[in-house]
Design a protein around this ligand. Structure first.
Ligand code: ADP
Ligand code: ADP
Length: 230
């Protein structure tokens, strides 16, 4: 699972009588196990591109597929992390993560679900905060819970929209490491599409960077491992 394909995809937003072409004739393939970063100026359509993959949006023309199947809407086969951590405010950090694990539906045993939730709390360095509610956590901590919730789902595809934009550099580097580590878990490498403003972050994370300009024109650059590991 995990090959993504955009075929001649266009998307316009229309407000009353004005129409805005955000994406025009995008043809793009992302291979299974590839980590792709999407970078470009604000408003060029990065979030829109990602929303086609999460299934929250539909192309005006063209087709987006995963392993040859047209994306019809949101699905638990894709893990999503947004910039503004979308935790459930009425659930503790632990229960937010448990929710993710249950959504994914791979693990049914209660004891193992609890163990897995604690493992991910540990990994994002929130070992002792599992019973706190989102309002009791800082923004950076909430984002770590959101990351843990999504990674704990263990989906083949990860979609991330500036997930570390609001996190201070030290924790940010740790979360970048963690994201890479969990994407390269054994043989089952995940396919990741990661939107960022930060070119350093893109070079550090990506196998390939897609540079978008307004209108969705793009250039595609492979990052050799020798550069990533500098
Ligand atoms: P980016 O993520 O690169 O900042 P977006 O994909 O969020 O860009 O937005 C691309 C363009 O589409 C922007 O000009 C934005 O204002 C516009 N846009 C985004 N969502 C909508 C919407 N729901 N309705 C109308 N215009 C929108
Ligand atoms: P080391 O030599 O042990 O890798 P560094 O100080 O170079 O130490 O980096 C420490 C960590 O900071 C790295 O493992 C990586 O997660 C992160 N890091 C370093 N440089 C960057 C960068 N340009 N962008 C993102 N993360 C970085």
């Amino acid at each position: 699972m995990g090959k993504i394909r955009f075929q001649n995809v266009s998307l316009n937003y229309s407000n009353g009588n004005s129409v805005k072409n955000v994406l025009e004739n995008i043809d793009l393939e992302i291979n299974k196990g590839e980590f792709v970063c999407v970078i470009g100026p604000s408003g060029c359509g990065k979030s829109t591109l990602l929303s086609l993959l999460s299934g929250l949006n539909k192309p005006t023309n063209g087709i987006v597929t995963i392993d040859g199947q047209k994306i019809k809407g949101p699905g638990t086969d894709r893990g999503v992390v947004f910039q503004h951590y979308s935790l459930f405010p009425w659930l503790t950090a632990r229960k937010n993560i448990i929710f993710g694990i249950k959504q994914a539906g791979k693990e049914k045993n209660k004891a193992r679900i609890l163990k897995r939730a604690q493992y991910f709390l540990d990994r994002v360095e929130l070992s002792d905060s599992g019973d706190k509610y989102p309002f009791e956590l800082s923004g950076g901590m909430q984002q770590r819970v959101a990351l843990a919730r999504t990674l704990a789902m263990d989906t083949d595809i990860l979609l991330m929209d500036e997930p570390f934009g609001a996190i201070d550099p030290k924790v940010r580097y740790e979360l970048q490491d963690l994201t890479l580590e969990l994407c390269k878990d054994g043989d089952a490498k995940k396919t990741a599409v990661f939107v960022t403003h930060d070119i350093d972050e893109a070079i550090f994370l990506a196998d390939r960077i897609i540079f978008m300009s307004p209108g969705g024109a793009y250039k595609d650059i492979k990052i050799p491992a020798s550069i990533r590991n500098l």
